[in-house]
Design a protein around this ligand. Structure first.
Ligand code: HEC
Length: 392
């Protein structure tokens, strides 16, 4: 293998090489699982996944994806795996290509939240409205944070392919100008190593960084503001559990300062336990609407057709997932919906295709039984919209 040319010193150490290779495999899976899920508004990568679609049920790809839970272990070897990345051409799939396309839709979705301004200048004030009272250092649960982060898309926009880490640098261009995904590894100089968990929760909920910068909506904080405060702290703990990777990311060049954003309603302190409310939270932060809700001409979601199916790229069409008997999933039981989300298998035994199969494989199959049931309960609770996305 190329590794031998690249690291001759490792050649004599066959067992070490084998060990590192296995770590590499784990790490690669991790990257695929972590990096991939976030691009749902622009599923340009859907066609490749279409061929892999049956994987969504129980093929190795799907079952191995929980390797994401091995992050800390893989992270310990990150220096060496990063070196090996170059030689082994670890290809953590399409996330970087995809991120370049993630411009218009997502950040436009947030216009509904543009409200007050003055109170946004102080990070502390807003944090306190989120109920972060008892949030001492270390309040977050990294394992749950990894689960939530993966469900929302694994922070894939921040994934730096060359460095094999969430070290940022990917460029985004839109009406707002040019921005670069920041380094969100805990490197103190170039990443978020000097942030508190509350700082991370605050940026997830408001898009305001500790130095007061309002981020553009390419960062989906409008959707993430539906995340409970505890879960945002959990995501922070997860990010802080990653290996710090130094990478100085270029400063942004925005054409106009982004509008401030006040979460409304304010994020709850804890995740709701009521299934419908929990399902709504999950559908919001996982951004199902990014694919299942059509957009208006200005890129904002057409809420009259919320989750009623939409044309995607590459001639793909997402399904109507409202409870319409004729056009949607009104005939599916909650159990069948939950089963589909975890496995990709429809009630008739056919399998999810395309970008949905990819999303299931990368993230939704990880939904716990309770959470999958909650998403199903929520989808059954929303109004049926008699809309045929294939007729558009
Ligand atoms: C990347 C785009 C994308 C995202 C994100 C996405 N979906 Fe889908 N979804 C699709 C596409 C495309 C289909 C059609 C798949 C097919 O034809 O097999 C689909 C199909 C489905 C179906 C099956 C409908 C049917 O009639 O077969 C359900 C249920 C569903 N999605 C629910 C969800 C939920 C819930 C979420 C969020 C947790 C979600 N989807 C997120 C693209 C997406």
């Amino acid at each position: 293998m190329h590794l031998m040319q690249y690291r001759p010193d490792l050649v004599h150490k066959g067992t070490r090489v084998a060990f590192l290779c296995s770590l590499l495999v784990i790490f690669t899976l991790l990257l695929a699982a972590c990096g991939g899920g976030g691009e749902e508004p622009q599923p340009t990568e859907a066609p490749p996944a279409a061929t892999e679609a049956p994987a969504a049920t129980d093929t190795p790809a799907a079952t191995e994806a929980p390797a994401a839970t091995e992050t800390p272990a893989a992270g310990e070897e990150i220096t060496e795996t990063a070196e090996m990345t170059e030689t082994e051409a670890v290809s953590p799939t399409e996330e970087v290509t995809a991120t370049e396309e993630m411009t218009s839709t997502e950040e436009m979705t947030g216009t509904e939240g543009m409200t007050g301004t003055e109170e946004m200048t102080s990070t502390e004030e807003v944090t306190s409205t989120e109920g972060v009272t008892e949030a001492a250092a270390g309040a977050g649960d990294a394992a749950n944070g990894e689960y939530i982060a993966t469900l929302t898309g694994g922070c894939g926009c921040h994934f730096n392919r060359d460095l094999g880490a969430l070290a940022g640098g990917n460029k985004f261009e839109g009406p707002y100008g040019v921005v670069y995904a920041p380094n969100i590894t805990p490197d103190p100089e170039t990443g978020i190593g000097n942030w508190s968990e509350e700082d991370v929760a605050h940026v997830l909920h408001t898009g305001v960084t500790p130095d007061g910068t309002q981020l553009v909506r390419a960062m989906p904080y409008v959707a993430f503001s539906a995340m409970s405060n505890q879960e945002a702290l959990d995501v922070a703990a997860y990010l802080f559990s990653l290996e710090p990777v130094a990478n100085q990311v270029e400063a942004r060049a925005v054409t106009t300062e982004p509008e401030p954003f006040t979460p409304d309603p304010a994020p709850p302190a804890e995740a709701p336990t009521d299934p419908v409310a929990r399902g709504q939270e999950l559908v919001t932060i996982a951004r199902c609407g990014g694919c299942h809700t059509p957009t208006n001409e200005d890129g904002t979601p057409n809420m009259d057709l919320y989750l009623a199916g939409a044309p995607l790229q590459e001639d793909e069409i997402s399904a109507n997932i409202t409870p319409s008997e004729e056009f949607g999933i009104g005939s599916w039981s909650e159990e069948e919906i939950a089963h589909y989300l975890q496995t990709g298998e429809r009630p008739d035994g056919s399998l999810a295709q395309g970008s949905m199969a990819q999303q299931i494989e990368r993230r939704f199959h990880l939904l716990t039984d309770t959470d999958a049931a909650a998403v199903a309960a929520y989808l059954k609770s929303i109004p049926a919209i008699e809309h045929d996305p294939y007729a558009d």
